[in-house]
Design a protein around this ligand. Structure first.
Ligand code: TGC
Ligand code: FAD
Length: 394
């Protein structure tokens, strides 16, 4: 396996470090070091082989990247939302799939158990998920219901002390390795409820999704429920309706807004270094106006994005961030990161398509990031509805 040296230097054009406190800087330094020593050297090989590096589950748990905002009494980090954002930025600087593993565990599995679960559920699941002893996944999307999850067909029927779960979810991150799944299903009144399904329950299987050209180092699968008997004590008691899963998505989308910027920062840094070293027509290509235009625009967009997510983090800490504000940030970060990875790839010429550099991997990963947790179009429509009051979804 090739060992790669990670030379990353973080762009901070507007001295945004001045906005961070000591805790934020410590978190960043710890996660950045981890990515440099444990992710960058191995991730390209895992992505090329389309294999999930299972060792990261325990490592991310030890580092405190699972449920950083969950209170410490449940095994979480008790940190603020800026620290959480910084973690996601640094992890995605390494690979979007690594950030995905942490986003799903923290925002889509631990958050709903903490926010909507019973005390018994919190004590049973959260410490094991926080430490990485267990991995979780989140089942919302179905084969026929992606952007429109309210139409889901997965359902439960009452059977005394348990319910019978039937249906299928697809495109589920972490599914093939998860011990627990937070699953959204309709009850007999057609209302959406959340329940915790455990590996080993009869009739529950998690087939792996193959042939992805994106997020190749992240495990994706289906969740298939064939008359699964789920004890009623596994139902999340404190939420009903689509606002349950959408509330989780707000937390995860916030993390992605920071995360996608991390991928963009890595590509900018790589393109800057390469263009100063690569000589054509007798001078470094960084000396040509066309390449400077790309670099200048990349850094401008990264700096604007950094300001946006930092401000959103402050609003999150104050409990004032709206879902529409989160949508705007998720959409913006994905848009600029997608463009930056493509420009960076071109700046590297032929080398840009190889695994010698992280750029093509980031570029392919971002095609998933711009699609999951609400597509680019869906987030635009959320913004459109927020500013006009008119629903253009339906
Ligand atoms: P709508 O009628 O607008 O809303 C239903 C209820 O939900 C409330 N709500 C929210 N609550 C909290 N946070 C949010 N972001 C919320 N958005 C809406 C809303 O107030 C309402 O509450 P109530 O009390 O009135 O019932 O619902 P709709 O059916 O019209 O759909 C709206 C739409 C299209 C915006 C929504 O369904 C949507 O966001 N679609 C995109 C689906 C999506 O994002 N799927 C993600 C699946 S998970 C995933 O991709 C994980 S990848 C993770 C990784 O690997 O990193
Ligand atoms: P569709 O909803 O079919 O959309 C297709 C196109 O139509 C898109 O361009 C969309 O923007 C557009 N469109 C849809 N509705 C409208 C409208 N009203 N107006 C205009 N345009 C519209 N889901 C989970 O539940 N858990 C996970 O862990 C998870 N992980 C994922 C991992 C990966 C790698 C991927 C690729 C997806 C994952 N997803 C997960 C699913 C993801 O959230 C969905 O793919 C996404 O929400 C889009 O749904 P869809 O693929 O069915 O596309």
């Amino acid at each position: 396996m090739a060992v790669r040296t990670d030379l990353f230097e973080s762009p901070d054009y507007y001295q945004l470090d001045d906005l961070l406190n000591e805790e934020h800087l410590m978190v960043r330094s710890a996660v950045r070091d981890y990515v440099k020593t444990s992710i960058s050297p191995i991730i390209e090989d895992y992505a090329q082989r389309a294999e999930f590096p299972q060792q990261i589950i325990k490592q991310l748990g030890d580092l405190g990247c699972f449920g950083p905002t969950v209170p410490v009494e449940y095994g979480g980090g008790g940190l603020d939302y800026i620290s959480y954002g910084i973690m996601m930025q640094e992890l995605e600087r390494g690979d979007s799939g690594v950030r995905s593993t942490a986003s799903v565990q923290g925002s889509l599995v631990m958050f709903p158990i903490h926010a909507y679960g019973s005390e018994e559920q919190k004590m049973k699941y959260l410490p094991k998920l926080a430490s990485g002893e267990w991995l979780g996944c989140f089942g919302l999307t179905e084969p026929d219901h992606g952007s429109d999850p309210g139409g889901m067909l997965t359902n439960i029927k009452d059977a005394g002390d348990h319910v019978i779960l039937n249906g299928a979810k697809m495109w589920i991150s972490n599914a093939p390795f998860a011990q627990v799944a937070v699953v959204w299903a309709k009850n007999e009144e057609g209302k959406i409820i959340g329940l915790i399904v455990e590996r080993g329950m009869e009739g529950f299987s998690t087939p792996t999704t193959h042939n992805k050209w994106s997020l190749r180092a992240s495990a994706t699968g289906e969740l298939v429920f064939d008359n699964v008997k789920v004890p009623k004590e596994n139902i999340l008691p404190n939420v009903i309706g689509l606002k349950g899963p959408l509330g989780c998505l707000s937390k995860a989308r916030y993390g992605i807004a920071w995360g996608a910027l991390g991928a963009a920062m890595d590509c900018y840094d790589t393109a800057l270094r390469y263009s100063k070293e690569r000589v054509q027509f007798g001078k470094p290509i960084a000396g040509f106006q066309l390449q400077q235009k790309k670099l200048a625009e990349m850094l401008t967009e990264i700096t604007k994005g950094q300001l946006l997510v930092w401000r959103l983090g402050v609003l999150m800490n104050q409990g004032k961030a709206t879902p529409a504000q989160i949508s705007m940030a998720k959409r913006n970060s994905c848009e600029i990161a997608t463009q930056i990875t493509r420009d960076a790839r071109q700046m590297l010429g032929g080398m840009g398509i190889t695994g010698e550099y992280s750029v093509m991997r980031h570029m392919m990963n971002l095609e998933s990031v711009i699609t999951y947790e609400g597509t680019h179009d869906i987030h635009l429509l959320i913004t459109g509805m927020d500013i006009t009051g008119l629903n253009a979804f339906k």
